[in-house]
Structures are given as structure tokens and as C-alpha cells.
Design a protein around this ligand. Structure first.
Ligand code: GDP
Length: 203
């Protein structure tokens, strides 16, 4: 069993230029449209109630938040540390057009330039699996992803689907992970997949 046994807020940065210079530290970048459950997932993964702020006002946080995390394999005792990067939510309609453009170009530059990102975690609301914005993010990630990086698609809020809908989603996206923060389903699987990806990179 793999767990995140330690986690702590590291810093916030408004832009890539102010991102911490931790070239040798592996990063896992979380991205999603606002209100998809990204902050909730970060809290569930780290077993912390409020490490990341669950937003009452969608689209408000525009900072990049960094969290230190230590993954541990309970069977072997082996540990791997990584930085979890909470990227600003994208595609929120109420953000003014010009700001939205700046914000998203900042975000896309960030993820393309940041070589220490080992895993891109792209969260998608399971009730809206076909949004254009998610399709373009997925395509963008495939374009910039290098050989030593991974993309992990995670469908959130699966407690909102009935069994039939969930089966259909799994059939359509057999390689994606499915998670519910409120029911704590699929969380252990994400932690163990991330651990394997980070470990594969060390070997
Ligand atoms: P973010 O904007 O992507 O960081 O999303 P938040 O984590 O702030 O969550 C947005 C809203 O969705 C909040 O009201 C959460 O309580 C709710 N939420 C998050 N995860 C889940 C989930 O797995 N199931 C359900 N039903 N609601 C969730």
C-alpha cells in the first residue's frame, strides 16, 4: 500500500518566473477546469483537511501553489518525495476575456517549460467528459509531453453517476482513473500510480 505520509505547503507563485527553482525535485502538476474538484483531490490524496483551499468561488485562485509531499510504500518502507503543483483552474467563463488569455498563456508556457514535471494530472468532471476545453488541454499535453513525462487523466465526482453511467465512462476511457473525493473512491489507486511513475523515473 502506498500513502502520502507527509505534506506541507511550500509556496505560491503568480507566474512561472517566480516559481521555485527546484530543478532536481520531481513535480506532479494538477490541472483542471475550475470547480472540478482539484483542491478536494489534493486534500484527499494527502489525507489533509485543508492543505489546498476548496474554493467557494470558482475561478478565484490564480496562483500556482506548491506542496511538498512524501510518498511511502508501506510494504518496503521505501520513500519518494515530490512536489505537488496546484495549477490555477482554467476555462472559467466569468474571468474577463483579456485576463483569461494572459492567464492561460501563462499556464501553458509554465507547463511546457517546466522540465521537472514528471506527471501531468488532468482532472475532468465525469458529468462533462466531452468539453472542448478539456479536449484541447488533452491535445496540448500530448504535444508537449516528453518521453520521461506521463499524462494521467482522472475523472472526478464519480459519486454523481449511477453504476450504468460509470460503466459506460470506464468503457469509453479504459485508461483513465475514476475518483470520488466525497466517497473516497479511487484515491489509493491514484497514489499508487503516481508513485510508480515517480519511481520509474528514478530508476
Ligand atoms: P477546484 O476548483 O477544482 O479546486 O474544485 P474544489 O475542490 O474547490 O471543489 C469544487 C466543488 O466540488 C466543492 O463544492 C466540492 O465540495 C465539490 N467536490 C469536490 N470533489 C467532489 C466529489 O468527489 N464529489 C462530489 N459530489 N463533489 C465534490
Amino acid at each position: 500500500m502506498i500513502e502520502i505520509i507527509e505534506s506541507a505547503f511550500l509556496t505560491s507563485a503568480p507566474t512561472i518566473r517566480l516559481a521555485p527553482e527546484n530543478e532536481f525535485q520531481n513535480e506532479v502538476a494538477f490541472m483542471a477546469r475550475s470547480n472540478t474538484g482539484k483542491s478536494s483531490l489534493l486534500n484527499t490524496l494527502t489525507q489533509r483537511k485543508s492543505l489546498a483551499k476548496v474554493s467557494a468561488t470558482p475561478g478565484k485562485t490564480r496562483l500556482i501553489n506548491y506542496f511538498d509531499a512524501v510518498f511511502m510504500d508501506r510494504d518496503s518502507g521505501e520513500k519518494i518525495s515530490a512536489i505537488l503543483v496546484d495549477l490555477p483552474g482554467f476555462g472559467y467563463a466569468k474571468v474577463a476575456k483579456s485576463l483569461k488569455t494572459d492567464w492561460e498563456s501563462n499556464l501553458t508556457n509554465f507547463i511546457a517549460e517546466r522540465k521537472q514535471i514528471r506527471v501531468f494530472v488532468h482532472l475532468i468532471d465525469c458529468r462533462h467528459p466531452d468539453l472542448e476545453i478539456d479536449a484541447s488541454v488533452a491535445e496540448y499535453l500530448r504535444d508537449i509531453c516528453s518521453e520521461d513525462q506521463h499524462i494521467l487523466q482522472v475523472y472526478t465526482k464519480i459519486d454523481k453517476l449511477n453504476q450504468k453511467e460509470l460503466n459506460e465512462l470506464k468503457k469509453r476511457f479504459p485508461n483513465a482513473l475514476m475518483v470520488s473525493n466525497s466517497k473516497r473512491r479511487g484515491v489509493d489507486k491514484i497514489v499508487s500510480v503516481l508513485y510508480k511513475m515517480l519511481k520509474g523515473n528514478e530508476e
